[in-house]
Design a binder for this molecule. Structure first.
Ligand SMILES: [Zn+2]
Length: 350
């Protein structure tokens, strides 16, 4: 008498009828008819049975195998019919969606745009200066004469073209270099517009620094100037306070410390109250409660003259800040190299 496997056949039939797609059906085929499946497991027991029972046991198993095979084939045909009867352009709304890969702006671009947007709202226009500059625009025009000791502070990449010791720009007397700050754009912006003006100049600058966690040979600055007949240091303070409160929060306080830059007189460095600890002292502000963010001052008469403005008629203020530094403070980044490694795991966080 054949052995009764009907409960297994019934169970398989119920499961097969419940599946909704080919992948699930294939899983059941493997479960029951696969090399290590239910039927194979029973088959493996045959050699352990007494010889006279083997025939009945085997034929029962064949029966089971056939029944499951029929169920699988029926279900397969049914699934195929669903797909083929779907109208053209049919979309299965139950399928999980594919997330489109969206591009995004680099964190430095985001911070630079944010800085520029704030100044634009304050009435500043944007001016774009060249990255390859003449020595004149980078130094002399900004009151940094050749033999001036302050030039030591501006290590510079000079450009050498084939056949020439150091290249010269047609019609200019200066050597060519990669600008070491955005300030030469001040001169070009003034030459391009009549006063009064309010201009910001964002861009890349280059210095031959060895690369470490806080230095890179290329980085970004945003420079700004405003020139008018009666402009004063208090106007500069007002603009910078408005900027810092937009950028770092309305409760931000500013501290102006006397400093020296060849192109401004008087000059100041500006600290903001630490936006993390609110002045209590933390690792970001090095326990001082203050963070240095920019340099500024009243434009030196020599600089106004270089831009073609009469220093007896016009006065101006200038300020400049490092985009990397502000981005690092804002996002809590402790290594400048992360900005330039193009690692998506980093970039996708912004
Ligand atoms: Zn702090």
């Amino acid at each position: 008498m054949p052995i009764d496997y009907s409960h297994i056949a019934d169970e398989a039939k119920l499961q097969i009828e419940a599946v909704a797609d080919k992948a699930a059906l294939e899983e059941l085929r493997i479960k029951y008819l696969g090399r290590k499946g239910v039927v194979a497991e029973f088959m493996a027991r045959i050699p352990t049975l007494p010889a006279d029972e083997r025939k009945a046991y085997g034929s029962g198993l064949n029966d089971l195998k056939n029944k499951i095979g029929v169920c699988l084939a029926a279900k397969e045909a049914q699934l195929a019919a669903i797909v083929s009867s779907a109208p053209d352009g049919y979309i299965d709304v139950t399928l999980p969606g594919k997330k489109p890969l969206l591009g995004r702006f680099h964190p430095l671009t985001q911070v630079e745009s944010e800085i520029c947007d704030i100044f634009r709202r304050l009435g500043f226009k944007i001016f774009d200066g060249p990255e390859v500059e003449t020595e004149y625009h980078n130094f002399e025009a900004l009151n940094i004469p050749l033999e001036h000791p302050s030039r030591d502070a501006f290590d510079t990449f000079y450009i050498k073209l084939a056949g020439e010791p150091v290249s010269r720009l047609a019609g200019s007397t200066g050597k060519l270099l990669l600008r070491s700050h955005t300030s030469p754009a001040q001169i070009r912006a003034m030459k391009a517009a009549k006063p009064p003006v309010a201009i910001i100049m964002p861009g890349r600058v280059y210095r031959p620094d060895s690369v470490d966690a806080s230095h890179c040979f290329m980085f970004h600055q945003v420079e700004g100037i405003a020139v008018d007949a009666k402009i004063r240091f208090s106007d500069l303070k007002g603009i910078l306070i408005a900027f810092a409160q937009e950028m770092f929060g309305q409760k931000t306080k500013l501290r102006f410390r006397p400093s020296f830059f060849p192109f401004t007189e008087p000059s100041a460095e500006v600290d903001i109250s630490c936006f993390l600890c609110r002045g209590q002292g933390c690792s970001v502000c090095k326990k001082s409660g203050w963070i240095e963010v920019l340099g500024c001052g009243m434009m030196h008469p020599h600089v106004l003259k270089s831009g073609g403005y009469d220093p007896k008629k016009w006065r101006g203020f200038a300020f400049g800040m490092g985009v990397e530094r502000i981005a690092m403070l804002k996002f809590g980044i402790n290594d400048i190299r992360l900005f330039f490694e193009n690692d998506l795991r980093f970039l996708e966080q912004f």
